[in-house]
Design a protein around this ligand. Structure first.
Ligand SMILES: NC(=O)c1ccc[n+]([C@@H]2O[C@H](COP(=O)([O-])OP(=O)(O)OC[C@H]3O[C@@H](n4cnc5c(N)ncnc54)[C@H](OP(=O)(O)O)[C@@H]3O)[C@@H](O)[C@H]2O)c1
Length: 335
């Protein structure tokens, strides 16, 4: 590994309509301002990282940029009293990897109020949970805060084999909910059952060609949805009276073609989930739970490891919806 004066990073550059990503040597002066400098050990792969390498992906403000919306590692220097050299930390959100340099680099520099202590988690475990697992935890928290209990009935998780989906299945099953996993990957049914799903179904709506109905037969007490589009509309129209959906994503589309009927006739709630701008206080509190009682039980089963030099290939699969589970990106020693 190069010294701190210069270090290795995967850099995405815009060239007309193309986004190219290549390993480059950066200088310490290339790091953004901040009071905590971190030697990165792991990052991860999220749908947003795939969008960062997609022309007109809509998530990166200005290129060139080091992508990687998650990072975990060791503090090498800190001008903040909250952190000291040697501390193991993580960071995500606040436009890390989209508005300024992210985790696919040997070093990162951040304001202290964007940094979270890893607690009992290892850097690899922190990255394996990452933004996707944290968003899953926020989604489950939103449903429980809304008063949804296991006694209310089954919870459907859409995009179930993805990062948000697979950790949601794990967390909900651990909390005693009956979990129905909705996936486009029929060959992953056994894996989803091993995570705790009691039933595995195809993507929703079951018939994408059928005209959407304002209200369908009630099926779910609640839902964790990271797909959006026609899937979210279908889920809204099939929630039980008083049901709720925690909505975080748009892999199936950003549009939402629905009616007010589920809201005004069934008291359904649409709970928006945003992990990017969540304040550091509740962010640290939820990570403390994830490093303790809420730690996903099947992290190792859903986690693959990829070296940063090979991450572009994995991001291509994620963009195409072909990837399952969570990929951690080995940064230290991964170039
Ligand atoms: N709001 C937030 O703070 C926040 C945080 C993290 C992620 N997100 C968003 O949540 C979504 C999921 O993120 P992720 O990291 O979990 O992504 P991911 O690992 O790529 O998983 C997404 C899953 O969505 C399903 N899917 C993919 N393409 C689809 C399509 N065209 N139609 C229907 N389903 C499709 C696939 O699951 P199956 O094959 O199993 O169906 C895929 O595994 C993304 O939109 C991401 O931007 C938002």
């Amino acid at each position: 590994m190069a010294g701190m004066e210069s270090f290795q990073a995967l850099v995405a550059r815009q060239d007309g309509d193309r986004i190219d990503a290549a390993i480059e040597t950066l200088q310490a002066s290339d790091l953004p301002p901040g009071d905590v400098t971190i030697r990165v050990q792991y990052s991860s792969v999220n749908f947003k990282d795939a969008l960062a390498l997609t022309p007109k992906g809509g998530v990166v403000r200005d290129y060139p940029i080091v992508p990687g919306i998650d990072l975990t590692g060791e503090v090498v220097s800190s001008e903040s009293p909250d952190f000291a050299a040697g501390d193991l930390v993580l960071a995500h959100g606040y436009q890390i990897g989209t508005g300024h340099h992210g985790g696919y680099a040997e070093y990162a520099r951040l304001p202290a109020d964007q940094v979270v202590g890893l607690g009992a988690l290892s850097p690899r475990e922190g990255a394996a949970i990452g933004t996707a697992g944290f968003t899953a935890a926020m989604s489950v928290q939103a449903l429980t805060d809304h008063g949804i209990t296991p006694q209310h009935g089954p919870i459907v998780v859409t995009g179930a084999t993805g990062g948000v989906g697979s950790v949601s299945v794990d967390l909900l099953a651990a909390a005693g909910y009956e979990v129905v996993a909705s996936t486009g990957k029929a060959d992953q049914a056994d894996h989803l059952r091993a995570l705790g799903a009691t039933e595995v179904i195809g993507r929703l709506p079951a018939d994408p060609e059928a005209k959407p109905r304002p209200l369908g037969k009630t099926r779910w007490a609640a839902a964790v949805d990271c797909v959006g589009g026609a899937t979210l509309a279908d889920v809204l129209s099939t929630l039980q009276y008083g049901g709720a959906v925690a909505a975080s994503g748009l892999t199936g589309g950003a549009g939402l073609n629905t009616t007010v009927m589920p809201f005004i006739l069934r008291g359904v709630s649409l709970l928006g989930i945003d992990s990017v701008q969540l304040a550091i206080g509740p962010r640290r509190a939820l990570w403390a739970e994830l490093s303790g009682a809420l730690k996903p039980r099947h992290l190792d089963d859903v986690t693959h490891e990829v070296a940063v030099k090979d991450v572009v290939e994995v991001l291509d699969q994620v963009r195409a919806g072909r990837y399952s589970g969570r990929a951690v990106v080995k940064v230290a020693g991964g170039f």
